[in-house]
Design a protein around this ligand. Structure first.
Ligand SMILES: [Fe+2]
Length: 296
């Protein structure tokens, strides 16, 4: 599907980078990426050098979301749309581009907490991606690193940023009651054939954190099960056990990271097409499963 953007990378600031890094490699099956210029570790789930930046700090939250433009023309178009929507970009300096491993970078303050970065030329590793744990590898070609779900209180501004600014299209949405009298509304947006690169969860009040979860998608269904077994054996909290999402059709589970946000490992997310005619309301998160799993 012709497209202008792919989710390039996520940066997180966590109080225990070693514990999160161990989870990313030993449970999720990511590989170490090139060490960032400030000495902090990065991780990758394909042939790109850096897909996850992990910095030490007290936030235990996402600090930056990077999206890669697929061409010079796409970069300019996205930049122009963002400016028209009231989110003008600032050109990044050479140091920041080197730190991210990109040839061009501009950034904007987003309506949520993590900074938005528009980049081009995300560096490729000379070595093909072969994870000893994730035998089938991750699905990233033409669809980016995975997806994120962000909790927002400023929903209208956030949607304007994604739709008017980035040119994303709403895939569908969920309205459901998660507890007695507590409604949850989540809206899903795509910028290529991945069902969503970003989901916005509407919150009536500020929880003080933005990142609900970061998802990676496996090429093989069994790799989700093997990752679930590793998370179980390592004693990680399983916020949601194995289940099938109703709207996106993904088979997945969610493990609680040492930083508090969740990591989702999924398979089989539906693809969207153009023009998209599947934008409708769903009234449940999961067709089956995804129950929280109590740990002893
Ligand atoms: Fe997800």
């Amino acid at each position: 599907m012709p497209h202008q953007l792919e989710f390039a990378y996520i940066g997180v600031e966590v109080s225990d980078p070693v514990a999160l890094g161990d989870m990313l490699t030993d449970v999720v099956g990511l590989l170490h990426g090139e060490v960032a210029t400030d000495g902090s570790p990065t991780y990758r789930n394909d042939d790109r050098c850096r897909r996850v930046f992990v910095q030490e700090g007290p936030r235990d939250d996402c600090s930056v979301l990077g999206f890669e433009a697929t061409s010079d023309e796409a970069f300019e178009k996205v930049a122009a749309r963002l400016e028209t929507a009231g989110f003008a970009l600032t050109e990044g300096d050479k140091d920041l581009s080197v730190a991210r491993g990109v040839s061009r970078l501009a950034y904007a303050k987003s309506p949520w907490r993590p900074r938005f970065e528009l980049v081009q030329g995300l560096a490729r590793d000379g070595e093909p991606f072969h994870s000893p744990l994730m035998k089938g590898g991750f699905q990233t070609g033409g669809v980016g690193a995975g997806h994120v779900a962000i909790a927002v209180t400023s929903f209208e501004d956030s949607e304007r940023f994604l739709v008017d600014g980035l040119g994303m299209v709403q895939s569908d949405w969920i309205e459901t009651e998660i507890m007695d009298g507590i409604e949850l509304e989540v809206r899903f947006y795509h910028c290529n054939s991945r069902h969503h690169s970003i989901a916005l969860a509407k919150l009536p009040f500020d929880l003080g954190k933005s990142l609900h979860h970061f998802q990676v998608e496996t090429n093989e269904r069994d790799d989700v099960g093997f990752a679930f077994d590793r998370a179980w054996a390592a004693g990680f909290g399983l916020a949601n056990g194995l289940g099938l999402h109703d709207n996106e059709g993904a088979f997945s589970f969610y493990a609680t990271s040492p930083a508090g946000f969740l990591i989702e490992v999924g398979y089989g997310t539906k693809k969207v097409y153009e023009p998209w005619d599947g934008n409708r309301k769903y009234d449940r998160i999961s067709r089956w499963g995804h129950q929280p799993i109590p740990r002893p």
